[in-house]
Design a protein around this ligand. Structure first.
Ligand SMILES: [Zn+2]
Length: 158
């Protein structure tokens, strides 16, 4: 199942993204403080603000990554369990989709499913059933006749 792996990849990306945002926020704070302060006070306070932002982004990034990778792992484990317990399982959404469009567009990445073997041609009916005999006189009757050509008696439906 690819979903779990994708979620874990997203978790890694999010981790670095949050660290980047923390660094960016720190720089922005540093620049903004320059508007109110100047000299050593600005450098000191600005540097503290930058450090604080970067320091805060680490635990936040870590928590988000943990949540996401934990979720990804859960999804993947669920998929493994499902494949083990019910190999024929089709997600409900997919079932609905298949019902909605009976002829899906051919997926180039998917191999064409083997077509079912053509049905065997119907065996010819045994010869004795073809000819209908009149129950009255015993004359052979053509197919589809309702009364005997010889004596006119009603014929049983074939
Ligand atoms: Zn007859």
């Amino acid at each position: 199942m690819e979903t779990g792996k994708n979620i874990q990849r997203i978790a890694k990306i999010l981790y670095w993204l949050i660290l980047g945002i923390g660094l960016l926020a720190g720089i922005v704070a540093f620049v903004l403080l320059g508007k109110f302060l100047s000299g050593t006070a600005w450098i000191l306070l600005g540097f503290c603000a930058l450090l604080l932002c970067v320091a805060l982004s680490f635990p936040i990034a870590w928590i988000v990554e943990c949540l996401f990778s934990g979720f990804g792992e859960m999804v993947e484990n669920t998929a493994v369990i499902r494949d083990t317990v019910a190999p024929d399982y089709v997600p409900f959404a997919e079932q609905r989709r298949k019902e909605a469009q009976p002829r899906p567009a051919p997926d180039p990445q998917r191999r064409p499913e083997p077509k079912p073997a053509p049905a065997e041609p119907p065996k010819p009916a045994p010869a004795q059933n073809v000819a209908v005999r009149c129950p009255n006189c015993g004359a052979e009757q053509a197919e589809g006749r309702k009364s005997c050509w010889n004596c006119g008696a009603k014929l049983p439906e074939a």
